[in-house]
Design a binder for this molecule. Structure first.
Ligand code: CP
Length: 349
């Protein structure tokens, strides 16, 4: 089953094919085809979304397919996940829901954020894998507890385009930012893995207590090593910008949230100064600013950066649509567009 639960579960050839296809779709512009005519996908959002929902709906329609968005418990029954007697509020078990939808649709998408209370469940993406186990059709992860592969593909395609394919060895900084909420780690994990798999030289800048999962770091280090680059860490919010070519900002909660949420909140609040400012961006080497969105202005990043020439977050968001098309083609085994058709091919070595 060609699920897309995360890219690290798929081989390099598949990752590269989808990445190239995302860029090809970008170069093709707003095209409408019949490539996926007769196909359908159900998109199940247990959590809110603007970009992922609309870009996947539109990508399906632009390929000639049909998409249905489902918000469990709002217009459908609430879905139960656990074992045993269903004597709670939920009327339908995920097994039946996924089983039924698999008989209607040709693919399923699911967004299912981190619990924030059970680290082992979150780091293994246990609920996502349960969902996929009950599915009879390919499943795409629309952001799970630990990974956001749709965002990762769009990010990688944005970077490849920005540097015209010449991404290897460029300096990519993933910087933690303060946020009033302990946000999940899916986006930073996926951004880190995407940059490392592109062969960029990666620095993860974060205060002590906000380290990313060691297993994810290890995978990222292996990707970088295969390209002769490296993944480094720093707790200096200023020095990380020196010589950077990409600043990718993201807020995420510390591991302490799983055991002592109040202490995590206090620690996070003590690092309010971790914000992307124009002064910090001036330390970069003509660096671009990226963020997956939504972003809190004046909290994560200053207006001067978001509204300035270094920001490419809207291009990054645009790439979500092109990446979704590449992902749907992967799920359904459809041919990808060829990059050469749209202009000079770039090198992704
Ligand atoms: N970046 C992203 O996934 O945006 P949404 O949460 O709006 O889908």
């Amino acid at each position: 089953m060609p699920h897309l639960l995360d890219w690290h579960l798929l081989d390099d050839a598949t990752w590269r094919r989808c990445l190239t296809a995302a860029v090809a779709h970008y170069r093709a512009g707003k095209t409408w085809t019949e490539a996926a005519r007769g196909k359908s996908i159900a998109l199940i959002f247990f959590n809110p979304s603007l970009r992922t929902r609309t870009s996947m709906e539109l990508a399906a329609v632009q390929l000639g397919a049909h998409a249905t968005t489902i918000t469990p418990g709002s217009g459908t029954w609430g879905f139960a996940w656990g074992e045993g007697v269903m004597d709670g509020d939920e009327a339908e078990h995920i097994r039946e829901a996924v089983g039924v939808l698999s008989r209607y649709y040709d693919a399923l998408g699911v967004r299912l954020f981190a619990s924030g209370t059970d680290y082992e469940q979150d780091r293994t993406d246990a609920l996502l894998h349960t969902f996929a186990r009950h599915a009879g059709v390919p499943v795409v992860n629309l952001e799970s507890a630990f990974y956001h592969p749709c965002q990762a593909l769009a990010d990688a395609a944005t970077l490849a385009t920005r540097f015209d394919g010449d991404v290897r060895g460029r300096r990519f900084v993933l910087t933690w930012a303060y946020h009033p909420k302990a946000l999940p780690m899916a986006v930073p994990n996926s951004a880190l893995l995407a940059a490392a798999r592109l062969g960029m030289h990666v620095t993860v800048a974060r205060p002590a207590g906000f380290e990313l999962d060691e297993g994810v770091m290890e995978t990222a280090r292996a990707y970088a090593a295969a390209h002769g680059t490296a993944v480094e860490e720093t707790d200096d919010p200023d020095a990380a910008y020196d010589g950077a070519e990409v600043i990718y900002a993201k807020a995420w909660g510390g591991r302490l949230r799983y055991t002592d949420p109040d202490a995590e909140a206090a620690l996070r609040a003590s690092h309010r100064g971790w914000r992307v400012t124009a002064e910090r961006m001036a330390r970069t080497r003509d660096g671009v600013f990226m963020h997956c969105l939504p972003v809190r202005r004046g909290v994560v990043v200053d207006d001067a950066v978001l509204d300035g020439p270094q920001a490419i977050h809207l291009l990054q968001a645009e790439f979500r649509l092109h990446a979704q098309k590449a992902i749907l083609e992967h799920l359904w085994g459809l041919p990808h567009p060829r990059l050469e058709v749209f202009g000079p091919a770039f090198v992704l070595d």
